[in-house]
Design a protein around this ligand. Structure first.
Ligand SMILES: [Zn+2]
Length: 283
């Protein structure tokens, strides 16, 4: 799944592309991406005609497209969901699933999704904060993000630090990539017990997560398989700046020790075995 920087790249592209524009036609080319809209694809399309988009919003990895009447379209990017802004006469990208045409003409908004784990759903009254997103914690880019409170919540958990960083109710937006990068930056092992962290160390790792995600945003995000793209269809290039994630066997940029990959929560964790030593109490 795309993490905070990749979703924010999409949100920014949409903000200049759709805010203030009135929808005159919606075409659902494949029913699966709108499966969460229970009355069906035809109803989804008809329900949106005549409505106007406000500025797109995001919390953590969750993106929604508010409408000026107070409802919103909740966008689940899943593994491969993409938004594109393209002229109506431009050829459809493979796997284009939903088309939005506007009263003011070009560009169209197109939802493309190869694997179709993602999709679009209508969230009644969801413009400010969709009910589906209400349980998600604020992310570090949120002006109302409270660092001290987030650190206190994290230290109150009895879990490993990486699990805590991935907990979207605690702090949102961080996934496997930026958790590994934050832990590398803070020289911390992923299994470090949160309750044993000093306030200073916990603050350091959360701040590192925000810093690395800000750096990624500045480079358009990270893309490994060309599925995370901006509204023009191009990918970010932060993968070149990653210190640990995806770099098994390559030298740690700080000390030169080969990065190690270890199984973690059905996926992988990457760490420098020298800079990020296993906490002693774990044996
Ligand atoms: Zn190292």
């Amino acid at each position: 799944m795309p993490e905070l920087p990749e979703v924010e790249v999409v949100r920014r592209g949409l903000e200049s592309g759709i805010a203030g524009r009135c929808i005159i036609r919606v075409e659902v080319l494949h029913p699966r991406p709108v499966r969460r809209h229970l009355p069906g694809p035809d109803d989804f399309a008809a329900a949106l005609v005549g409505r106007t988009f406000a500025a797109p919003r995001r919390r953590g990895k969750y993106l929604w497209l508010p409408l000026t009447d107070g409802d919103a379209i909740l966008a689940h990017l899943g593994m491969s969901g993409q938004f594109r802004l393209e002229a109506a006469d431009a050829p459809l990208a493979p796997n284009t699933r939903v088309l939005f045409t506007f009263a003011d003409g070009d560009p169209q908004l197109r939802f493309v999704d190869q694997r179709m784990f993602g999709g679009l759903s209508l969230s009644t009254g969801g413009a400010e904060l969709p009910a589906e997103v209400a349980h998600i914690g604020r992310d570090p880019f949120d002006p109302e993000f409270d660092l001290a409170a987030a650190v206190a919540r994290l230290r109150a958990k009895r879990t490993g630090i990486k699990r805590a960083l991935l907990d979207q109710q605690l702090i949102s937006g961080i996934g496997n990539i930026y958790a590994d990068e934050a832990l590398w930056a803070a020289r911390m092992h992923y299994a470090q017990p949160t309750q044993a962290l000093t306030r200073a160390r916990a603050t350091e790792v959360v701040t590192a997560a925000a810093t690395v995600m800000r750096g990624a945003l500045g480079q358009g995000g990270t893309s490994f398989d060309a599925l995370y793209v901006n509204v023009n269809g191009s990918s970010g290039y932060f993968d070149r700046s990653l210190a640990a994630y995806g770099r098994e066997g390559e030298p740690c940029p700080r000390c030169g020790t080969p990065i190690r990959r270890e199984p973690f929560m059905n996926r992988s964790s990457y760490r420098c075995p020298r800079c990020q030593r296993k906490p002693r109490r774990l044996g």
